[in-house]
Every structure is written in structure tokens, then in C-alpha cells.
Ligand binder design. Structure first.
Ligand SMILES: [Zn+2]
Length: 119
């Protein structure tokens, strides 16, 4: 009785993603879902394809004071502002760090950069 819904409920691995149509866990590289046969479009818009949350977090911790995390996310304008102001004496550095840790940091297209394990 445990086996029926395992396919949908198990957590996806780092190289996996959820099908945009049926929600089954499939390989990130897959263009067409082997389960429902629907072509995966729009997945490029989910941030975990282009932006890596862990990379962003590490950049923010070590180089966030220079705005490097914002450069990474494509937010060049605020990245430069962060760089020349020294993150307003570190205040902005802390704010961005909290935003990243709480999955609220957005890239230049307004997509939230989330942890890989989240759907
Ligand atoms: Zn599918």
C-alpha cells in the first residue's frame, strides 16, 4: 500500500525536475516527459535551471559585500550600487543573505531563486 504514489511523492535529485504537465519527477535534461509525453516548455523560466541557489548563497556569504551575488543573479544595477556603497556598511549584505536563505531572492527576470530541493 505504500508503493502506489511513490513516484510523485519522492524528492527529486539534483539532476531532476518536476514535469510541467503531470508533475512526475523527470530528468532535468529531458525535453519530453516520458510519463505523459508533454514537451517541457517554460522550465527555462524556473530559476534552478540557470541559477544555482547554493552558488548564490556562497557568493553572497563571501562576496555579497561587493554585490557579487546580485551580479550573479543578473541584477547589475543594484550590484554596482551594492559595490560602491559597500552594501551600506554591510546592512544590505545581511538583507540579501536573509532573502536568499528564505527563498525570496529574485533574479533579473523576477524569478525567485530557490533551493534545489523545493518544487
Ligand atoms: Zn509529465
Amino acid at each position: 500500500m505504500n508503493s502506489q504514489n511513490n513516484n510523485n511523492l519522492r524528492e527529486k535529485a539534483a539532476d531532476e525536475a518536476f514535469c510541467t504537465s503531470c508533475g512526475t519527477v523527470i530528468k532535468k535534461a529531458a525535453e519530453i516527459c516520458p510519463h505523459c509525453g508533454v514537451r517541457q516548455k517554460g522550465r527555462i523560466l524556473t530559476s534552478d535551471v540557470s541559477m544555482n541557489w547554493l552558488t548564490l548563497l556562497l557568493l553572497s556569504i563571501f562576496l555579497g559585500i561587493f554585490g557579487i551575488d546580485r551580479f550573479y543573479a543578473g541584477r547589475i544595477g543594484t550590484g554596482i550600487l551594492k559595490l560602491i556603497t559597500g552594501s551600506f556598511c554591510g546592512v544590505w549584505w545581511i538583507i540579501d543573505l536573509v532573502l536568499i536563505l528564505t527563498d525570496k531572492f529574485k533574479d533579473s527576470r523576477g524569478n525567485v531563486i530557490r533551493r534545489e530541493s523545493r518544487a
